[in-house]
Design a protein around this ligand. Structure first.
Ligand code: GDP
Length: 534
């Protein structure tokens, strides 16, 4: 169970005011629009439209990014920081496409809560459900935003029922919509007994809020047409009778989600959602690690890499490792220990992802995400500390579901291919296996689109056209066990053995039957479809 209890340790105010979260949604539900409004009310941008505009400007810089744009998906994730009402929000973007679920999974290890956006007309969609399940694995608190209420949407009870039944979580309404589609006038804020009216003329204007003394207040009739008011009173009475009341502890435990109804594009409901994150969303949480967990209240700095992104800036061939700080107060120039290599590392040019641009981070606190430019030393799953040999756990690597061999179209440049593949393996963008017999590499991914992305990145970033071709294998399993037994197994199965970029042994096959047989015949060996990144 989580440690998000009322008797959690008292944190320094700078840490307690941090809210680090991700938005999960099905494509098109409104994640980008909502992000934009968050940044607008967080004072990080002056005008809605900048996130998209900026995204496009950046994307046009390379064809790879153009491909991303053509596909209408977001391949690369990033982090954004902004302030709201005395709180520091760190929003970590999750790639939306299902082919990138592994990346998304790892991103969700770096946040303390998730905002689930659903489309009021569509309800819980496939991708929402998948991402929700990932959050569930970590008992992440989830706040729900039901978007596009300015359009024809489903009945409010039906939406709530669907979430409760599909996702097996209690839902408590934080607001209640008044009318829908053309008739949508706003919502009744059930937490603060307030009437929020939507402004249709100016999409960036924050809703007008009217203090109301409960649903009996005659003032309501001045703003809400009679038939809608009658419906509202009926529905709220029913909701209060049927649905659980807000229980902040249940929200922190991940067993209850509050839901707000709004319209991101009309800026409606967004501030209330932000206030909800501030008030309900957890402060930075303890991080699972070995040999002991890391508490956010600890004075010393510890953090872990959950994402590596290469060539973010085409002018500098850098890689940026995204580090989630698990504890302490980081200052620029600090010398940290890279636990895997036991080497010291001076972090002299860390970046904070303030929405407007990357900025040099002078300091950061537990909960924050900083980018560390490096030349490949930092890998996903790495832990940095002030000396203690702690290792963050629970950041998995999944066995790929699709395997292809890869070939450089220009054999003279085959050497560059090794380098490119190693880089993508370290970034976590693909699994790269070197078979014991034969030349070349086998590349494994979770979704077919990743092959296209890889091919176009290898061409763009390394000037090397490549072709992916079907391989004789379809499954990969990491093999572990006692040294001598493992060595004997490798000797006897050379045609099926490869090594991954960490040098670990992988068994390749096209038959599940093979895997079952080995498990039966070699009880000392373990065949695993996941490997913990470290
Ligand atoms: P994403 O794929 O989840 O990032 O979704 P976007 O934010 O790009 O939104 C998808 C589409 O829905 C865009 O055309 C938006 O303009 C539109 N949209 C977003 N929010 C609303 C809303 O509150 N009402 C309406 N009617 N459309 C919206």
């Amino acid at each position: 169970m989580s440690d998000r209890s009322a008797n959690a340790p008292t944190l320094p105010p700078e840490i307690a005011r941090r809210r680090t979260f991700a938005i999960i949604s099905h494509p098109d539900a409104g994640k980008t629009t909502l992000t934009e409004k968050f940044l607008l009310y967080g004072g990080a941008i002056q005008m809605a439209g900048q996130v998209r505009a900026k995204g496009e400007a950046r994307r046009t810089r390379s064809d790879f990014m153009k491909m991303e744009q053509d596909r209408g998906i977001s391949v690369s994730a990033s982090a954004m920081s902004f302030d709201f009402d005395g709180y520091r929000f760190n929003l970590v973007d999750t790639p939306g496409h299902s082919d990138f679920s592994e990346d998304t999974y790892r991103t969700l290890t770096a946040v303390d809560a998730a905002v689930m956006v659903i489309d009021g007309a569509k309800g819980v969609e496939s991708q929402t459900r998948k991402l929700f399940e990932v959050c569930r694995l970590r008992d992440l608190p989830i706040l729900t935003f039901c978007n596009k209420m300015d359009r024809e949407s489903r009945d409010t009870f039906e939406i709530i029922d669907e979430i409760q039944e599909n996702l097996a979580i209690d839902v408590t309404p934080a607001s209640w919509p008044i009318g829908q589609g053309r008739e949508f006038v706003g919502s009744y804020d059930l937490i603060n007994d307030r009437l929020d009216l939507m402004e249709r003329a100016d999409r960036n204007k924050v809703a007008q809020s009217i203090a109301i003394a409960g649903l009996d207040d005659p003032k309501l009739a001045d703003h809400v047409p009679a038939h809608l008011l009658e419906q509202l009173c009926e529905e709220v009475e029913m909701a209060r009778g049927l649905l659980p009341a807000l229980d902040p502890q249940a929200v922190l435990d991940g067993t209850m989600t509050p839901i707000w109804f709004g319209s991101a594009i009309n800026s409606f409901g967004v501030r209330d959602l932000m206030a909800g994150i501030a008030r309900l969303g957890p402060q930075p949480q303890p991080q699972r690690a070995t040999p002991r967990q890391i508490g956010p209240e600890e004075g010393k700095v510890a953090g872990f890499v959950f994402k590596v992104q290469a060539n973010m800036d085409p002018k500098h061939r850098d890689r940026v490792a995204f580090l989630r700080l698990a504890s302490g107060h980081f200052t620029r120039g600090m010398k940290l220990t890279h636990v895997r290599s036991k080497k010291a590392m001076t972090v002299s040019a860390p970046v904070l992802f303030l929405a407007a641009d990357r900025e040099l981070a002078e300091e950061a606190w537990a909960g924050d995400i900083i980018g560390i430019p490096n030349h490949g030393q930092l890998r996903i799953g790495d832990t940095l500390t002030e000396g203690e040999a702690l290792r963050v756990t629970g950041i998995p690597s999944f066995a790929p579901e699709l395997l292809n061999s890869v070939r450089a179209l220009d054999p003279m440049k085959a050497k560059h291919l090794d380098k490119a593949l190693m880089q993508f393996a370290e970034e976590g963008a693909a699994k790269v296996f070197k078979p014991m017999i034969g030349s070349g590499f086998i590349v494994g991914v979770v979704g077919a689109l990743q092959f296209e992305v890889l091919a176009s990145r290898i061409e763009l970033e390394y000037g090397l056209p490549v072709r992916f071709e079907g391989s004789q294998f379809t499954s990969a399993r990491w093999v572990t066990g006692p040294k001598d037994k493992l060595a004997r197994f490798v000797e006897g199965n050379k045609g099926h053995i490869a090594h991954d970029n960490d040098g670990d042994v992988v068994y390749l096959t096209r038959l599940q039957w093979d895997i079952d047989r080995i498990e039966r015949d070699h009880p000392d060996l373990t065949l695993s479809a996941t490997k913990e990144m470290m």
